[in-house]
Design a protein around this ligand. Structure first.
Ligand code: SF4
Length: 332
């Protein structure tokens, strides 16, 4: 069986597949396990401070509890400065860490160099990477179709959209099975469409912006209150929503690892195209990205609700009340 390699976030995953290895996005593994809160507690018991982001603590324990994962690709630039210390605590525990850096200024030569270093380390070449890009793009196209069925046809809900897009970071380690999962969502959407089960066209249309939520019921809650999430910003980026043949360009156009201004351009384009009424900006407690909220609020044209999450679990009462008031304001 092929070796598994953990990922701390989205990287050029074509390289991992081209090297004959199985990528495992630790974020997805952490948040979909039975008791993600226990993994955060265990990291704190190991000495992780209370005032460090829950995702980092969850990732730490997730990797250590997976005996089949003794190697991880950690993004040292373009994601999270906490990853540096996270890597070091893994190294102490005997995990082999491979750093990967997205150049802040999107320099094409530096990005190519990073990708070639990763290829060399894992044992992949450009030919195999190109073949995998073609294969993964076929699967990504289905995720893009699910996204269209969400915002344009209204036959896929925001949570299903979130899961379909976010999983494109690693294709759950099996692109064929992932494609079948996406086909299932598309078939279900077609059934909803023929039965006239499109979502409420009068519903408040929301964008979800920011890192994926650590809270478990955000989508079900907002949709139970009569709103629809028609745009999942970062998750859509994980699915590489570009018609781009050049793999270097693909990872230059991918907005998440670069400046907030590139992300805001993408957000504003999609907010207009998808006729979004309001934005939920999800921020994670103790995350540096909370600071970017200042800029986001100044540069977007629709109202923004900033919602903060800390540990895994359902929304707290205060957050639910703030969502209620926001939706009420948008519906008027
Ligand atoms: S939420 Fe912020 S602090 Fe936490 S892992 Fe992501 S980027 Fe880092």
């Amino acid at each position: 069986m092929a070796d598994k390699i953990g990922l701390t976030t989205t990287i050029p995953v074509e390289i991992v597949y081209a090297a004959g290895k199985i990528p495992v996005d630790l974020n997805n593994l952490f948040i979909t396990c039975d008791a993600p809160g226990r993994l955060v507690d265990r990291a704190e018991q190991a000495g992780y401070p209370r005032n460090i982001c829950g995702w980092i603590k969850g990732l730490y324990t997730t990797l250590l509890e997976q005996e089949s994962l003794r190697q991880v690709i950690a993004v040292t630039q373009g994601d999270c400065s906490n990853t540096h210390a996270l890597m070091e605590t893994w190294q102490v525990a005997g995990v082999a860490v491979i750093p990967f850096a997205f150049p802040y200024d999107r320099d094409a030569d530096l990005l190519r160099l990073q990708m070639e270093k990763l290829m060399q380390l894992l044992g992949a070449d450009w030919e195999a990477v190109g073949r995998w890009k073609k294969r993964l793009d076929q699967v990504r196209k289905k995720a893009h179709e699910i996204d269209r069925l969400t915002w344009e046809a209204g036959v896929v809900d925001g949570q299903t959209n979130h899961l379909a897009l976010v999983g494109c970071s690693d294709f759950n380690g099996d692109p064929d099975a992932y494609e079948a999962y996406l086909d299932g969502i598309i078939a279900e959407a077609a059934r909803n469409s023929t039965q006239g089960l499109a979502g409420d066209r009068q519903a408040v249309r929301l964008a979800y912006v920011g890192v994926p939520p650590i809270v478990s019921d955000l989508y079900s809650y907002v949709e139970s209150m009569g709103a629809r999430v028609v745009f999942n910003e970062v998750q859509r980026q994980f699915a590489m929503p570009f018609d781009e043949d050049d793999i270097i360009e693909q990872y230059r156009r991918y907005t998440y690892p670069y400046s907030i201004f590139d992300r805001i351009d993408d957000i504003n384009r999609e907010v207009a195209r998808r006729r979004v009424d309001g934005i939920i900006h999800y921020t994670q407690s103790f995350c540096y990205r909370q600071i970017e909220d200042i800029i986001l609020r100044q540069r977007t044209a629709v109202p923004v609700l900033t919602l903060e999450g800390d540990r895994p679990g359902p929304l707290d009462a205060r957050s639910r009340m703030r969502i209620d008031a926001f939706l009420d304001m948008l519906a008027r």
